[in-house]
Structures are given as structure tokens and as C-alpha cells.
Design a protein. Structure first.
Length: 626
């Protein structure tokens, strides 16, 4: 704790005076909006960054963002079955709720589902760009950003009148389609779209024959208006409605999933409204962010339980230009409400909880030197339910030459206990612990980026180390209630590893890439589950016929990983090993003319039989066209 507080205070004192495409595969002048509190060039950022743009999404013909993220260094995907079922993503060996997800800057992790983002419901049709910043970012964005940040930037209007759409059909009775349109001129724009996905699915459990289906509808709207040369207004709205079936666990006989008529209905809404004011050397932004979720569970067509949340965030930020350097001040106030409903059975799950927090951020960006950039950030959080917290981050980049850049950073992070961990009650299974303390971490990272062959090829290396204190274990047996509960672990959990990625533009028509991650994630006693030690992948994109024909091949490797099996009582839990696998996807599209494109894609072409969560089957080979 002493090291952690020292880092925070150092960063604070310094701040007061003043596919996928890997970081160095991007042009050095590309701007990102997530790696600092203001837009900044990638070449000046010490964090490892991946940007997935609209062109990369269309090359892959991916329908869900999770398909793209498994090709990003450091990411491990765990899906409990087939399309539409719960999907968790762990970054650099951290927990699934240690990754902050933003949708157009709106905090989108769901308090009603343990502060995890619902990746299974994130479709791609209305997404323009995905910015991924790896490494602790709590000094900028607060709780949840212990491992990194993913910012989903939706498609807006171009200022012209235009429209488009797509239709697709394929394996497992899948039907996907969408429509988008935009209008506007130099001063205003309005754009939006709607997308639907449906599939008959496959059987999740190892036995039985019942298919588990899912349906997803996504609506997206974005608008902007320049009231004057100095004042501009903006707004965005994304709404998701989804239904997905899943199989229950047979706790009495096998301890494994078994056929059953269970279903979840989910709705999520993300909205933001604000104003930007250009005062010359002083820039201002005021905005309000809204998030809402409802999750209803049904068994045999009858309501069983629900969890919902609402979060409202007020933000103010100002940026002062000091010659070429910047000083940023930000203030945020967040109010979150949580509701759980269910039948009373040996305990009452019905409850309403709330929490509010106020955060103050200071960031100084030292940008005046030609080859050296340093950034110091500090954040103070006052929380209604926990002690006041101070987090800091200090980072620097140095351009050794035009081809080589060195990066280094040290940061502290924090993750507050979730509503479920503190107050959740599931009859016969789990009882929350209201006395939990926040998790805290110290993270270090070193990086090297180098380009060669006149910029046609590049390689990026990142070494990371994170020490986590007070990790929350949500599977602790309570001898009083005979239920599981949550407790803070007494020891230190460690997440250490190396990421290596590279890209080679072999010719005007051939682009090759690779990525590899080694992760050693352990708690105070053993290796953490669902985090492969070794993961990686290869990619190739080939174009021809004057760029009208394009073929993209992705092969992603998921190494062996541990998982926990809970056999029927009174047998103790067991640690099991899940086999490694390769997922090979191929997408081919042909642009008939400026307005029409036809495509076909195949997923899991090797028909690999694998599980990412013990006992839950995944999809085999599938083919789609549209």
C-alpha cells in the first residue's frame, strides 16, 4: 500500500504545476480520444493501444465485437455456450469487471451484472471505431479501469445525405440485417441505424438436443449542431433489446449444464448530451451521461428473478493550453441505483440499493519536447460507501529515432466491490457481504515500438506487471448459511506478462500480422482460472481486382486454461484444465460497384470442438453470406 500511495502522490504533485491494428501499425499522427482526458496522438501515449476502425470491421465481416477482441493482444474471451450467451473478457489476466467499457464516452459496464459489460449484445453494424487502451487507467476514469479501457465509438453522420444497409443468412438458422442513414450540412448532422440478429443456436450442454436461440435488436442515433463558431452541441443514444436462452446447471446429479427452458430478456440504454465551448486557449465540455439496464430471467416461461440498474453522470472538463503543453481539470458526479427482484424463498432477494461518487481529475501533458512526452494524472474520488481514494499515473515516451519509440508507465488502480458482491442474494446459492473493501493495484509497463523496411513493417513489445491487493473472492463457503459469499483475499494477486505484435505490408495487396501474449496470473495460492498462459494469432489480408476483391484470414489460438468445477454437494470444488484450440475464420467480399458489395464468411473452419467455460459447448463450423 505504501508504494501505491507514493505513486499516486508523485503523479498528483507533477500534475498540479502546469484487424485489428496494433499501436505502431497506425500512422504516428493518428489521434485517439481514450488514452488521455483529451485527444492525443498515439505516438505520444505510453500505453499499449489497439485501434479497430470501420474498414477492419468490414474486412472481418464480424457481427459481434468479441470476435474482434480475441485477435487483440492481452485479451481472453470466455463464452458460456453459443451466440447470445454470457461472454466475459479478461485483459492481461485481470477480472472481467476490471475492464472499463465506454460507449461514446458513456460508462457502459452494468451494475446489475457485477459491473461487467454485456459483450454478447455488442453488435458491430453501427460501430465506427474501437479504441483499446491496455494498462491501468483509474487515474483517468476511476473504478473498473484497473486493467484498461475499451471505448466503442458509434457511427455518426458525415454531413451529407446517405443511406446503406446489409442482409445476411447462414448456419444455425441465422438471419442478420441492418439499415443506416444520415443527413446534415456543415453546421448540423443527424445519423442513425437499426440492426437485428437472430439465430436458432445450438445445444449448450454436453447432453440433450435442445437448441438455445437468441435475438438481438440495436438502435443507434447520433447528432451534432454548431450553434456558433465557439459553441457546439452533441448527443448520442444507443438502445439494445435482447433475448437469449441458456441451460441451467444440474446441481443434484452431474454438476454440469443440462437441457432446460431458461431465458433472459435484457435491455440496455446508453445516452449522452453535452456542449463544447471553444474559448481559444481554454476549452470547456459539459455533458450528462445516462445508463440503464433491465435483466429479467424466466424459467419454463415463468418470471423467476430480475436485476436492474440506472446510472446518471454529470461531467465538466476544461483544458488550458500552455504553449504546446496542456493542463486538464475534470469533475464528475455519479449516482447509481440498483434493484433486485425475485421470489421469497428461505430469504428475501428483493432490495433497492444506491451509491454515489464524486471524482476530481488533474492531468498535465508535457508535449513541448520534440522527441519526449510525459503525462502525469491524478484522480481523487469521494464515495458514499467507501473511504476517499487517490489514484495516480505517470507515463513517458521517448523517440530514440524516427523508427524506434520507448514507453514506460507506473499507475495505481482501484475497483470498488459490486452491488452483487455486497448485497446480492440468490436462494440456495449466494449471500452478499456488505463489509467488502475495494480492490487496489499497482501496475508497471515497459514498451518498445520499432518500424523497419521503410515503414512497411513494425513490431511492438509490451512487458506488464500488476500487483493486486484485497482481491475479492466470490466463491467462499459460509458455514453459517451454507451458501457461498464474497471476501477480500489477504495476500497479493499478481498479473505479469509480455505482449508481442507485428504487421508487415508485404505488398500493395498483401498485409500480414501476428500477435502473442504470455500471461502469468496467480492469486495468493494458485493460478487464476479462465486465463490462458499462452494466446496469439495470425492474420492475412489479400486484395485484388483493383481492390474490389478482398480476402481476410484470421487464426486465433487460445491456450490451455484452468477452470473450476462444482460437483454436487458434499463433494468439494475441483480445478480442471480446458484444452487449447485454434479458431480459424475466413471472410471474402467483392465490391460489385460503389453501392453494392457481396460477401461470404466462415467461422471455426477447422470445426474445433472446444470449451471456454467448463461444461458449456460452443459453436462448430458455420458459413454465412449476404
Amino acid at each position: 500500500m505504501k508504494t501505491r500511495n507514493t505513486l499516486a502522490l508523485v503523479a498528483a504533485s507533477l500534475a498540479v504545476p502546469a484487424l485489428s491494428v496494433a499501436q505502431d501499425a497506425e500512422p504516428v499522427d493518428q489521434i485517439v480520444v481514450t488514452a488521455a482526458r483529451t485527444p492525443i496522438e498515439i505516438s505520444r501515449v505510453a500505453s499499449a493501444i489497439t485501434v479497430i476502425d470501420r474498414d477492419a470491421i468490414e474486412r472481418r465481416e464480424a457481427r459481434n465485437v468479441a470476435e474482434l477482441l480475441r485477435s487483440v493482444p492481452g485479451f481472453a474471451v470466455s463464452q458460456t455456450g453459443v451466440t447470445g450467451t454470457q461472454t466475459q473478457i479478461r485483459l492481461r489476466g485481470a477480472e472481467a469487471n476490471h475492464l472499463l467499457v465506454l460507449v461514446d464516452g458513456v460508462r457502459a459496464t452494468d451494475p446489475a451484472t457485477s459491473d461487467e459489460f454485456r459483450w454478447e449484445f455488442l453488435s458491430t453494424a453501427s460501430i465506427e471505431r474501437i479504441e483499446i487502451v491496455r494498462g491501468a487507467q483509474s487515474a483517468l476514469w476511476g473504478s473498473d479501469a484497473i486493467a484498461g479501457v475499451v471505448n466503442i465509438i458509434t457511427r455518426g453522420a458525415s454531413g451529407d445525405s446517405e443511406y446503406g444497409g446489409f442482409a445476411e443468412a447462414g448456419s444455425f438458422g441465422s438471419l442478420n440485417g441492418g439499415f443506416n442513414a444520415s443527413i446534415g450540412d456543415e453546421r448540423w448532422s443527424l445519423g442513425g441505424g437499426i440492426e437485428t440478429q437472430s439465430t436458432d443456436g445450438e445445444n449448450i450442454s454436453r447432453t440433450g438436443s435442445e437448441d438455445d436461440d437468441s435475438d438481438l435488436t440495436t438502435l443507434n442515433v447520433k447528432a451534432s449542431f454548431a450553434a456558433s463558431d465557439e459553441v457546439s452541441l452533441f448527443g448520442s443514444l444507443r438502445h439494445v433489446d435482447a433475448t437469449s436462452q441458456f441451460d441451467p446447471v444440474d446441481f443434484a446429479v452431474t454438476g454440469l449444464p443440462t437441457d432446460g427452458d431458461n431465458e433472459t430478456e435484457t435491455s440496455n440504454t446508453f445516452a449522452a448530451f453535452g456542449v463544447d465551448i471553444d474559448g481559444g486557449n481554454l476549452q470547456h465540455t459539459l455533458r450528462i451521461d445516462l445508463y440503464s439496464s433491465d435483466n429479467d430471467n424466466f424459467v419454463d416461461g415463468t418470471f423467476d428473478s430480475s436485476a436492474s440498474s440506472d446510472r446518471t453522470t454529470f461531467r465538466y472538463q476544461t483544458e488550458l493550453a500552455i504553449n504546446e503543453n496542456r493542463l486538464i481539470f475534470a469533475a464528475e458526479h455519479e449516482q447509481t441505483d440498483y434493484e433486485q427482484r425475485g421470489e421469497v424463498s428461505f430469504g428475501d432477494p428483493n432490495q433497492d440499493q444506491d451509491i454515489d461518487a464524486t471524482g476530481i481529475v488533474l492531468e498535465y501533458q508535457g508535449l513541448s519536447a520534440e522527441r519526449f512526452t510525459w503525462i502525469a494524472s491524478a484522480r481523487f474520488d469521494s464515495n458514499s460507501d467507501f473511504d476517499d481514494a487517490l489514484d495516480g499515473r505517470l507515463s513517458a515516451t521517448y523517440d530514440v529515432s524516427d523508427a524506434t519509440t520507448l514507453r514506460a508507465s507506473a499507475a495505481t488502480g482501484r475497483k470498488n466491490p459490486t452491488f452483487t458482491e455486497r448485497f446480492g442474494f440468490f436462494p440456495g446459492l449466494f449471500l452478499g457481504n456488505p463489509d467488502l473493501e475495494p480492490e487496489s493495484s499497482v501496475t508497471y509497463e515497459l514498451g518498445l515500438g520499432h518500424s523497419f523496411a521503410d515503414g512497411a513493417a513494425n513490431i511492438d513489445v509490451a512487458i506488464f506487471k500488476q500487483d493486486l491487493e484485497d482481491e475479492i473472492n466470490g466463491f467462499v463457503f459460509d458455514p453459517v448459511t451454507f451458501l457461498t459469499t464474497a471476501e477480500n483475499r489477504s495476500g497479493t494477486s499478481r498479473r505479469d506478462g509480455v505482449e508481442v505484435s507485428g504487421n508487415w505490408m508485404a505488398s500493395d495487396s498483401l498485409d500480414l500480422g501476428f500477435h502473442y501474449t504470455y500471461t502469468d496470473a496467480t492469486d495468493d495460492t494458485a493460478r487464476e482460472v479462465r486465463r490462458p498462459k499462452h494466446a496469439g494469432g495470425l492474420s492475412a489480408s489479400l486484395s485484388g481486382l483493383d481492390q474490389r476483391l478482398q480476402t481476410t484470414l484470421n487464426a486465433d489460438y487460445g491456450g490451455t486454461r484452468l477452470d473450476t468445477f462444482f460437483p454436487p454437494f458434499p463433494n468439494p470444488s475441483e480445478v480442471v484444465t480446458l484444452d487449447a484450440y485454434w479458431l480459424v475464420d475466413l471472410a471474402v467480399h467483392y465490391r460489385v460497384n460503389d453501392k453494392l458489395r457481396v460477401f461470404a464468411r466462415g467461422t471455426n473452419l477447422l470445426d474445433d470442438d472446444y470449451e471456454q467455460v467448463f461444461g458449456y459447448q460452443t459453436l462448430g463450423r458455420a458459413v454465412f453470406a449476404g
